[in-house]
Design a protein. Sequence first.
Length: 213
Amino acid sequence: MRSIAHCSNERLLRLFDLSNYDSPPIELPGHAKSLRAAIFLNQYLVASAADDKRFVVRDVRCSDGESAVLDRELSGCPSDLQLRLDDSRLLLCCGSQVSIWDSDRLVELSSHSLPCQIYSAALHPSEPVFVCGGEDFVLYKCSAEDGSVVESHKGHFGPVHCVRYSPDGHLYASGSEDGTLRLWQHKIGENYGLWRLEMPKETAAPTGDSEAS
């Protein structure tokens, strides 16, 4: 079954069957406050995070409220869940922390602290790097291994609410409260699409002094 996971202020996780638009959604209770994010990890497992400071993974084949295969208490309110392109890693944003999970074993691999509250993050499709943004308007590119900031860019005039990598990993996009969507090169200066690196032309050195008349 191909489904869309829907979360809202009603504290219910709803799953809509894309192959049958007339069928009622599956409703999975379990959160005590508004849901912030939800994402399918595979065909049967769906993850959700809510303002009750809980990160829950459920088996969609169970709809009796006892479907949780993981229920983790968080240190604060979460803001985003995002899978890497190959579905092997999951990013969870919570306060100023970005944690990386093994989405198959449901094990937290690492957690990294950023300078501000982070609203969204995304892992590079193939490199050990993630980008994130949040309250201070800045885009951070960080090492997924130790969390160190590799690059930072400020182009928005409002908090960053969404960050995503392109499937080929050459670009990442950011959406902000300032009403703009911006594209950023993963490797600055790379020739890609409409981006072309043009080096300044050197002025030819004079070959000799001009003869005075």
